[in-house]
Design a protein around this ligand. Structure first.
Ligand SMILES: [Zn+2]
Ligand SMILES: [Zn+2]
Length: 282
């Protein structure tokens, strides 16, 4: 059985974001909605023995995410160890990669799956970590390859990012993680329709959302995130996946506010909104 936990559900900046006074950030500071850390997901095969966990993106909030998830903490039988086996990067964005730097006390090189393009963009981080544990770069293939016993994975290339699918080899169920989607390619649509669990880019509700908080800001699509409305909503709605969850949610997104009609639209469609700590079996 594959277990999945959302460590952080917010887009870059988190909720609240340090310099933001939008309605959601104000509500989070006032304790009216739950704060959320920046996007990261843990996935691992459940077994009696020692368990290893893989992360999809490593956010700057990773140290405190580890402290709030017992399963990611070191075992007590040895003074220095970690159950974290490695990290999958969807792209080189700061909110996805900065957490790697915070794992620098690791004893062995950090195993990181990333495209050549992402590896090149993170040359600075590679140099910074070379003085510590170093990085063992790997590339994910478009075909399913075995990762741990009982679990296989593959990458789906998108413009400027990748999505990942993980398959449970005992039951053949598939999970799709696509927190950074600039375009709904045919391959990605297929993956949404053939996965049992879908965690999808819920950064923005609308294309011009950020511009209403910060005049002159780029649109969602210009930032390589298709919005939910007039974007990914229809595709997710039509998917037969057992669970569909929007994650990597920006603090400006109206779906975060209880009672908003945008949130109600998702609820009516049976699509969930991620929150930190949400745990599920595939
Ligand atoms: Zn991000
Ligand atoms: Zn805000």
């Amino acid at each position: 059985m594959i277990r999945i936990q959302i460590l952080g559900s917010a887009a870059g900046g988190g909720l609240p974001q340090w310099n933001c006074a939008c309605v959601n950030c104000v509500a989070a500071r006032a304790g009216k909605i739950d704060p959320q850390t920046q996007s990261s997901i843990a996935i691992g095969v459940e077994s009696e023995k020692f368990q290893s966990w893989w992360l999809i993106n490593a956010s700057p909030d990773l140290p405190r995410q580890i402290e709030s998830a017992t399963k990611l903490q070191p075992r007590r039988n040895n003074p220095r160890n970690t159950p974290i086996a490695g990290v999958f990067l969807t792209n080189a964005d700061t909110d996805h990669a900065l957490g790697l730097l915070l794992l620098r006390q690791q004893e062995k090189p950090l195993v990181v799956y990333a495209t050549d393009e992402t590896q090149t963009a993170l040359a600075w981080l590679d140099r910074a970590l070379a003085r510590f544990c170093g990085i063992e770069w790997r590339t994910a293939s478009p075909e399913f390859k075995s990762l741990d016993s009982g679990m296989a994975f593959r990458a789906i290339e998108l413009p400027g990012s990748v999505a990942f699918q993980f398959r449970d080899d005992t039951c053949s169920r598939i999970a799709l993680f696509a927190p950074s989607v600039g375009s709904l390619t045919e391959q990605l649509r297929d993956a949404v329709h053939t996965s049992d669990l879908v965690m999808f880019d819920g950064t923005f509700w609308s294309d011009g959302e950020l511009g209403r908080v910060r005049p002159g800001a780029r649109s969602a699509r210009e930032m390589n995130h298709i919005p939910i409305n007039d974007g990914s909503f229809d595709v997710l709605q039509q998917s037969r996946a057992r669970r569909k969850i929007y994650t990597h949610i920006n603090n400006t997104n109206p779906i975060l506010m209880p009672g908003s009609h945008e949130r109600a639209q998702l609820e009516q469609a049976g699509i969930e909104i991620a929150r930190d700590g949400l745990e599920t079996l595939l």
